[in-house]
Each structure stands twice: as C-alpha cells, then as structure tokens.
Design a protein around this ligand. Sequence first.
Ligand SMILES: NC(=O)C1=CN([C@@H]2O[C@H](COP(=O)(O)OP(=O)(O)OC[C@H]3O[C@@H](n4cnc5c(N)ncnc54)[C@H](OP(=O)(O)O)[C@@H]3O)[C@@H](O)[C@H]2O)C=CC1
Ligand SMILES: O=C1O[C@H](COP(=O)(O)O)[C@@H](O)[C@H](O)[C@H]1O
Length: 800
Amino acid sequence: MAAKTGSIPSMGGSHAELKDDTIIIVLGASGDLAKKKHIVIAELTELPIPACDVVIAPPSQTFPALFGLFKMGYLPKDVHIIGYARTKMDEVEYHKRLTSNLKNPDNDPEVSAKIEEFKKLSTYIAGSYEDTGAFKELNKHLEEVENKYTAKSRNRLFYLALPPSVFIPVAKHLRVNCYASGVNRIIIEKPFGKDSASSRELLGSLKEHWTEDETFRIDHYLGKEMVKNMLVLRFANVAFSSGWDKNSISNVQITFKEPFGTEGRGGYFDEFGIIRDVLQNHLLQVLSILTMERPVSFSAEDIRDEKVKVLRAIPPIEHGDTLLGQYVAANGKPGYLDDETVPYNSVCPTFAATTLWINNPRWEGVPFILKAGKALNEAKVEIRIQYKDVTQGIFKDISRNELVIRIQPTESIYLKLNTKTPGLSTRAVPIEMDLTYKRRFSDSKIPEAYESLILDALKGDHSNFVRDDELDVAWKIFTPILHWIEGKNGPAPKPLQYPYGSRGPKELDPFIHKYGYRRSDNLYKANEASDALADLEANTATVLPAVAPVTDEIPDGGRQAWLVVFGSSLAMFSSFGIVNSYGVFQDYYTTTLLTQSSSSTISIIGAFQLFLLYGLGPIVGRIFDTFGLRLYANLHGVDSNLSQYLLAIINAFGIPARVIPGILADRFGVLEVLLPCTLLSALTVFVLWLPFPSTGPIVAFSALYGLFSGAFVTLLPAYVGVRSPVDKFGARLAVAALVGTPTAGAFVPTFTQQKFVHLIIFTGVLEVAGGVALVLAHLTSLTEIRRAEVNRNEPLKIGA
Ligand SMILES: NC(=O)C1=CN([C@@H]2O[C@H](COP(=O)(O)OP(=O)(O)OC[C@H]3O[C@@H](n4cnc5c(N)ncnc54)[C@H](OP(=O)(O)O)[C@@H]3O)[C@@H](O)[C@H]2O)C=CC1
Ligand SMILES: O=C1O[C@H](COP(=O)(O)O)[C@@H](O)[C@H](O)[C@H]1O
C-alpha cells in the first residue's frame, strides 16, 4: 500500500509500545477528583505538606485523560487502572469520586456505558508512601490483576500525582517492591526542584532507581496541539523555515495570560511565583521548539538534542531584562496580598516579563520576550513573531508582518500581511491569513494535553517529555534571576502593582517597546464585517480583511471631516455664492449691460464661473490625491437662471434642503434620497412650472423646487464621489457644470413665454433622464453597494 501523504516516518517511537497486559498505577489518587486542577495536593493526599510542595499532575487531570483515551480506544487491551493513596475508602466511594470528574454533559448513553466500563477496570488500594509493607501489598494487588493476563510479560506504568517531597521514597519503593518483569515506566510532573541545585538533587535521587529511558517528565505544554504542531509548521514549510532567523525577525513574544488569581492556593504559589510556575518550564519549552535547529530526524533524542543545544546558547537572564508585577484588588476582585494564605508582605511576582537572548548565528540580537501573569484581562497563550520593517523608500507607515500561533484558547495560526486594496486605488492594508482550527479542522477533536502525553508514555515516545540535561540547562538560565527575586544576594526587588483584570503593569508596553515591538493598534480591529466574511469563508484557510481606517476615503464625521466642512463653507461663501446668484447678474447683463448679446452667450459668463469652480478639478484632484486635501470632495455644483425673487425663495427653501437630505442619506443611503428628490424636482417642473405660468404656481414651484433640488445639490457630489475614483471626481462634476447652463441658455435666445416652455421641458426631461441614469447606475453597482453596506468601513469598490 502506498505511504499516506504527509507521513513522518522518523517520528515513530523507538521503544516498546504498551499494547496489552498493562497496568496503570496512579499514586496520589485519593483527592477530590471533581476539584479544579489547581488544587493543593495536600487536599488530595492528606499529607503534611512541606513549604515547597505544590500541585503536581492532579488526578483531576489524570483520570479524565485516562478515560478520554479509554473512550477513544487508545488504552492497552485489558488495561487495568489502580489508584493508590493514603486515604482509606471503599470501592464505591472511590468510584463516586472518580466518575464525578468524568464529563458527560449531554448524558450520552454511549458515554455513560463507557464510564461504567471504566469503573470496572479501576480499583483502589490505600497505603502509605513511606512504608515497605504497603508497597508490597500494592504489588500483591498488581499481581492478582496480572494473573488474569495471558501473556508472560507484565507491564506497569506508574503515574506520580504526588508532591515532590515524596517523589524519592515512592520512586524507591516502586522500584524495589513493585517492579514488573516486563516494561516499567514512571511519569512525574513539575516542579522538578526550585533552582539548579535542588533540581540536580532531585534528579540524582530519582536516577538511583529509575533510568532516563524509564522516566517521563511531563511538561503538559508539550502535549498541547499547537506546540506539537510547531515542528511540522517549521520544518515542513520552506515558506517559514527560510525566514526564520535574525535577518527577518525583529522580536518574539511568548505570552501566557490567565484571568484568575491564585484564589485559595496563594500559600503554594507564594513559594514559587510565576517564573517557576510558568516561565521556566512551559514557556521555555515553547521557546526551545520555536528556535531549535532542524533535528536530524524526528526521533525523541534527535529533537531533544537540538532543544538542549539552543537552550545552552541562552545566557542567564539579566535583572535589567526583567519586569515583575503583583496584582492588586480591582473590579471587585481581591488582590494577591488579600489572600489569607499569602504572607502579608509578600513580594512574590504574579506577573513577569523577561527577555531572553540566544547567542547563536541564527538568533543573535533577537529578543525573545516571555511574559506570564495571573489575574489578567483574558485567558490566552500565544507566540507572536514580529518580522522586521520592510526596506523603506517605496512604502511609508506600513505595518509589520506578524505570525501569531495561538496555543489556547481557539487554536489558530494567523499571519498578518500587507496587501493592496482591491480596486483602482493603490494602497496597502493589513490583512490576516487565518488558519483557525475550529473552522479548518471542524471534524477533528483536539486532544487534551494529558491524553496526548499519557499515550506517548504508553508508546515509549520521549519526544514530548523533558530530558534531564534539558532541565538542567533550563534551571541555569533562570536560577540567578530567581535568587535575585528571593533576595538571596541583596534586597529583593519589589514587584510593580497591576490591577486585577488588567493587561499587567503599565510599564509593560514601554518594556516591550524597548525590545523593538511595534504594535499596529490603529490598524487591527476586529469588526462585524471581518467576522461576517470569516463565517462565509468557514472551512477554508481564508484571507480576511483586517479593518483599517481607509485613508483615501472622504472622511465621514470626526474633527477632520468637520474642518473640511468649515473650510469648504468659507471657500463657498465667496465663490459658490456668487455663482448661485448668477440669475440676478444675468438679468442685469441682458437688460442693461449686454443688450446686444443673446441669453445663451451671456450665460457663458456664469457657466464659465461655474466651470472655474470645478474645472481645475483634474489638477486640484491630483494635488488632493498627493497632499490629502479634502476640500475638493465637498464642492457642490448648481446652475440657476431665475429672477431675483424666485431665486431668493429657492435659496431659502434650499437651506433645510441642504441639511435634511444629508441626514436622511446617512440613514437610508445617498441614492435612496437623491433619486426621489431628483424625480420630485422633475415632477414640480411638469406639474407646476410648465402648465401654470402665473405668479402663485411659480412661487410654489420655486419653493418646492428649492426643496428638492437642494437635495440634488447636496447629494449629487456625494454620489458622484462614491461612484467615481477620487482622481476623476472633480473632472466629472466640472464637465456637467460646463455644458448645463449654456445649453439651457440656448433655449431662451429671447425672453418670451414660448421660448421658456422649451427650457422648462428640457429641464424636466433632463431631470427625469438623470433619475433614470441614477437607477441604471444603481443597478450596475448593486453588488458593490450591498457589500459596502455589510462593511461600512470598507471603501466602495469604485467604478471606472
Ligand atoms: N483566531 C484568532 O484569534 C484570530 C484573530 N484574528 C483577528 O486578528 C486581529 C489582530 O489580531 P491580534 O494582533 O492578535 O490582536 P491585537 O491587535 O489585539 O494585538 C494583540 C497584541 O497587541 C498587544 N496589545 C493589546 N492591547 C494593547 C494595548 N492597549 N497596548 C499595547 N499593546 C496591546 C497584545 O499584548 P498582550 O497580549 O500583552 O495584551 C498582543 O501582543 C484581531 O482583530 C483578531 O480578532 C484573526 C485571525 C484569527
Ligand atoms: O502548570 C501550570 O499550568 C497551569 C496552566 O495550564 P493550562 O493548561 O490551563 O494552560 C497554571 O494555571 C498553573 O498555575 C501552573 O502550575
């Protein structure tokens, strides 16, 4: 059979896979299994906990993970799971605790049946962690189970859900009293010490009993889907691997944010602080996979060799590269020091940002900012790789590329790119190429980290477990800064305060900025349109528009827009006003000054005035495009040839008509107001002006025409604006202005009622034709207009 596309042969484990005849033994299984995962282990084990003991792999993670694997059929055939702890309880009580933590929210009968099966293969035995006799009893129980197995080999996987104070005695007793004839493995979880010295001591003692091959040190971040994906993402994509270095990348942030504080576990946390809790292990692991060289193969040792190599190139963290914070009460939530289990004067950091440097040819000079905090504004773990600026010269103010790998929640990878806006204008806007797992892999279930890691341990694959030398070098990087924070070499630094629910201390942004991070906060804002398009594009890797302020659009609202209105009003006061009163001048020219000239000839004066207002449009438009002037977009055009009296009425009614249609257009759309007003103007021409050449109807006509044509004056430039490229806007308005008045004048060579009829009909017909043209324009642009309505921030695609 042909190999499956995309297989990774070198990723297979080199050790025996535990497929059958296997017992999984969970030590420390007596706790309240329904409790949240960050419970103090003392509650689980009833141990007197020494000050440095902390939560480790709590059963509330272990059993659901085991059940998850069982449900999916990944546990060895005939597997048996034995819980061991000090608390005495019968099987009924144990099963009650066990199942209370297994999820079946919809009461799915299949899941219920699986839970019942799971209970049948789960037994419990109580015993001490120090007593040889107790472990002999455990072994007896294991052998009883194994006697039912057919095969000769006996495989045992021990999972230590215990505090480190009992790691060593338990590991020893298990090795001495419970070691089986087949494969034996032991899983342990952080904390692996508190600094280099204590870690070495712990590792050394464990090594006396268990070999490195048998030991699986869990850092559950290595089991997270996106972390596991990084090897493939990096090394199976030339597109990424070629720019993965100091030449392309400016800075990297690896961020861990939790929206809750220590809440009840402050006592434990205070002994450790955020650096030991998250940075030294989880974030450093992520960093090492992100920055290591390509391994010779994907075998566990080749991968871990490369991780160790890159970690060794990181010098110990400098004080100056570190920012520490502690949350204080805010938003109705208590501060860290309000926790009764925390010493009143604790300076333990609940937030830390620290910059690491990698002294190798690939990464020299690139800052890697690790930041983590409790009680922040959101739950988020992500890697943010910010690329360098493009070479200057041809671009200005262009945002940087960023590759974001969102580890949780909503696993995703998105790449922020710049692209030309679709259409005739040339401008770069930032967009995201978005691979959101929920959409792209909608059929796949993303496994829990612990499920993935327990399965790896059963398979004997160490790739996602921490090797001893890796741990040692990790502690070397962090130990000096930890000792400084604890005041071992002088006064302890005081963390900066930050309010519960904030992004961290206010000094964070300048801190990150110092290392070259540039945020494009004005450019990247989620809006409904991008969400709507994202929904449309579901199930595909999509290119979504990141909504950016559209800089070549005429501004609508805001200080800038109102300044344009003000400036335009001043300009129009002395220019457009004269043109609008041209009827008075025309009257004067025809009756007094230029009696020998025809109306048409005289109207050329006004037309030329109007043309001069708009005729420089192509030139001014270029200047406008170049220098960003907005005045041009607000210029209006109108022609009129009525007497002084009628003109005054038209203009008086034109005042509200300049304002009200604008307000209505904002609400209903420019065309939706312009079209009826144009047609109503035409109607007044045909039903009032044409048939009733007497004073009353003419006055009524003037009033109504002023009202409707006012809208026309206001909205026509706006509509031409949205339907025209900016560089053609002025020219289009100017041409209309130049031909309109002389043509009208040609109908009235002499002032007779008969001659005016032609002009009136011409005016009415032209307005109807204008209305029809608007309808046609509307129909041809329907698609674009709909799109623009979906996304009001996106510029209309402009017609040629
Ligand atoms: N699946 C997803 O999550 C996807 C999201 N998108 C969308 O892409 C767009 C851009 O995403 P993204 O860049 O992640 O989001 P943001 O624009 O929110 O940028 C986040 C980055 O900016 C920092 N930051 C946030 N607020 C501030 C502030 N006030 N001052 C300084 N820095 C700040 C954050 O730091 P810190 O973390 O420290 O707060 C983080 O590094 C968003 O609209 C998002 O919705 C697109 C595709 C997929
Ligand atoms: O190891 C730890 O990790 C958790 C966060 O794990 P996650 O899988 O929920 O991201 C953290 O809350 C805890 O303090 C720390 O000890």
